[in-house]
Design a protein around this ligand. Structure first.
Ligand SMILES: [Zn+2]
Length: 147
């Protein structure tokens, strides 16, 4: 369900993270945050900030449909929410507008380096014109050969 990446070498802090994100087979949390908090003589808010500072919790179930990045949990609340979600898209790929902006800016930046602007439709027209001219000039030679 949840893969913990520890940001600390401290064994006690690691243990606290494990307790905070420990779930059973159904994905339900084994201990209440209040129980954990009272063990450490901290408030649940302090527990949460310690957990956030000590580990990164990644979902082993939810991966972005676009880039495959696993969903990151920053609290139990998000773990509970994601139980009902079948598919996941990361924040970056959730926003199609920013993606579009990025796409169009990529195009304009790739074209800005060219001193002569490329105009594909015009180029095609020139090519067609050249083709028709060559076929015209070819005809007399073919004709003269046949004659
Ligand atoms: Zn993504």
């Amino acid at each position: 369900m949840i893969n913990l990446i520890f940001l600390t070498e401290n064994v006690n802090l690691r243990k606290l993270c494990k307790r905070y994100y420990a779930v059973d087979d159904q994905g339900h949390f084994l201990e209440s945050v209040f129980d954990i908090a009272s063990d450490y003589r901290l408030t649940w808010k302090q527990i949460l900030s310690v957990v956030r500072a000590s580990c990164v919790a990644l979902s082993t179930v939810h991966e972005c449909e676009v880039c495959g990045e696993p969903k990151e949990f920053t609290a139990r609340k998000e773990v509970r929410k994601s139980r009902s979600i079948d598919t996941y898209t990361c924040e970056w790929h959730q926003n199609p507008q920013s993606q579009e902006e990025n796409y169009s800016s990529n195009i304009s930046s790739s074209n800005s380096g060219d001193s002569i602007p490329n105009d594909p439709p015009l180029q095609k027209e020139v090519q067609l014109l050249a083709d028709s001219l060559s076929s015209v000039s070819e005809k007399p030679t073919r004709l003269s050969r046949e004659l």
